[in-house]
Ligand binder design. Sequence first.
Ligand code: ARG
Ligand code: GLU
Length: 731
Amino acid sequence: MLLTIKPVSLLTVSILFFTALAASPAQAKEGVWIPATLKAHEKEMRHEGLEIPVDQLYNDAGTGLNNAVVLFGKGCTGELISGKGLILTNHHCGYGSVQGLSSTENDYFANGFFAPNMEGEIPCKGLTVTFIRRMENVTNKILAGISDTMRDEQRDALVLQHIAKTEKEYMAATHLDAQIKPYFEGNQYWVAITETYRDIRLVGFPPNGIGAFGGDVENWIWPRHTGDFSMFRVYAGTDNKPADYAKGNQPYQAAQFLSINTSGYKEGDFTMVYGFPGTTKEYISSYELKQVYSITDPISIAARSRKLDVWTKHMGLTRENFIKYTSKRAGVANGWKKWQGEVRGLQLNNATGKKEAYEKVFQKWADTVKGMPYAKGLLADMKRSAEKADPFIKQDQYNKEAVLGIELVQQGSAAESLIACFRLGLGKDALEDTLKKVVSGMAGFYKNYDAATDKDVFESLMTLYFTKCAAWLPEEFATQYRAHNQDINALADDVYSNSMLAAQDKLNAFATAASAGDSTKILTDPAWLLYNAVNTMRKEKITPILKEYYAHMHYLDRLYMKAQMAMNKKKDFYPDANLTLRLSYGQVKGLKPDGSAKYSYQTKLDEVVALDDSTQDIFKVPKKLKDLYRKKDYGRWGVNGTMPVAFIASNHTSGGNSGSPVLNKKGELIGLNFDRAYEGTMSDYYFDPNRCRNISVDIRYVLFIADKFGGAGWLVDEMWIVKSQGGNSRH
Ligand code: ARG
Ligand code: GLU
């Protein structure tokens, strides 16, 4: 590639050739590998630069680094960085927990939080951290007596039975938890032996001006300038085992935790990402891929653009609204932007075209292969099924994003349980009980709800729905629309002033009236009526068809996966991500963007300060950080008077890899994964080594912020820090 870019002298050519050969340029490697299968990659990983045996990364004996990598909450990764249970993860992974602890008086988003000592660490209700102690291939146990083409109804029941039985056996034998999940579309099964800790406390959280710097503008974008980290601590009972929160719990004593290497990296260095990628679908057919990029992605993008416009406007009006919507907004915007990158990347790379070409080859093979009679008709069946499902998928995406994307309408589900009470004629006690549950369940919702904001969202999303879904409009929608002279704003006025779900005091008033015997109002509640109409349409016209479709597709996908593996016996297949522990490897590497400039592989603090803009919240650099910058007061963490901030590498990652450790050739921590570059967000469906990059915070920036900005040097004292290039091993 280098040679074709510009003319170079013969000497340079030969040097380039020579270095290329000598260094055997490491290729970005597609794949999220099961750690227990790394032995098969050891030779290649060593060749690419790994300097430790792979069984230090994972082993069955309980001494591997897998014991230092945790599932943080329900969908992020974290890692242990001290023997006292200190966990590092992303700022955006701690965001939801911190929101529960934040208020206008204690605004951790604006001011950050660093505990002065262990006593100052704050318990996070509901937060958990899960360790993966061991994994084993249990395919033989789960698929015993099950044939490839057994229909799914029958097969699923057997598989579930086998899973339940095998999990029980593992739990009895290990005294730990065990979960079995399918891999390769159900052609393989693995058990994970796990331990989940539930007393987790907040230790450090930089203000948004660092931890969410650049906000949604820089999200999914390289170059990047976010210090996207936070720190928590795992607490355990006296036996070091999981325990409910208790003040007297002790910090978890960790035998394995990551050493930190602060000597940096350069382009081409070997790297690994260890964590919990959520979903990839690399092996699906072109028909399924088309559903993503021409149906679901575009509809979600359109609906969310409208919602985000409204939220942004209202969040700018009051600090209270900002706090209410900031976490929700980040979640909604995250998918919205990623899907835009995905659609673009899939198009620019002609991913469906490539799949179609591959499918031709597959079909030729399938037409003649022996012993797999089902292979022949697979693709035709997939095409037929997908095309039949397309209009239903489209309508349902509008239902979900445009109607159920309105918070008030979505709350109709809470009214459902009350209505069920009346329908079933349950007695007064059951009603009282349900009323209590609904009222207390909704309290959390109202804490972060602003009806005026939501009403604007209603007007915008309903306009979209009425325009795009005219042919599918439920009768109730048409009736309400007509009753308001086809004026969406008038309809909104009615819904938001008359729904008992629109405000906590209205709901409370209803609850009081209902327990006194007057509950009729619920059946004419305008928000519930809309919810019910769309819900009924889904239940009657859409869900049965899609359920059958997905079940059939699941059956076909499994056989297609099996057939693809049979066709490419030499290819090293990795199972699609499924939020289980995986390791990917690649190298520190710049990126040639869609435009003209070439991106470097690293950003620095000067660039952060250059972006400082006091008129935009997301680009406001905290004063203290600017002072440290001006004085070049970087402590032990600077590099020749500069401060590295973030870097990119070619590791294959996905959602869920947020907070994953980025390791060097010795398995030492050099960065914290938090994102992917826009050019490569399509990697969940199609990994292109030239365009796909994971983005990480430099570990030195993390330490600098905790130490010099947060004044939490006491945390650094707990860590194991090695400085020399490549690092010393721990003694
Ligand atoms: N894109 C990253 C991920 O998928 C970061 C999201 C949080 N940041 C944000 N600005 N919303 O999780
Ligand atoms: N930010 C993502 C997450 O929350 C990780 C980055 C990605 O999707 O690549 O898991």
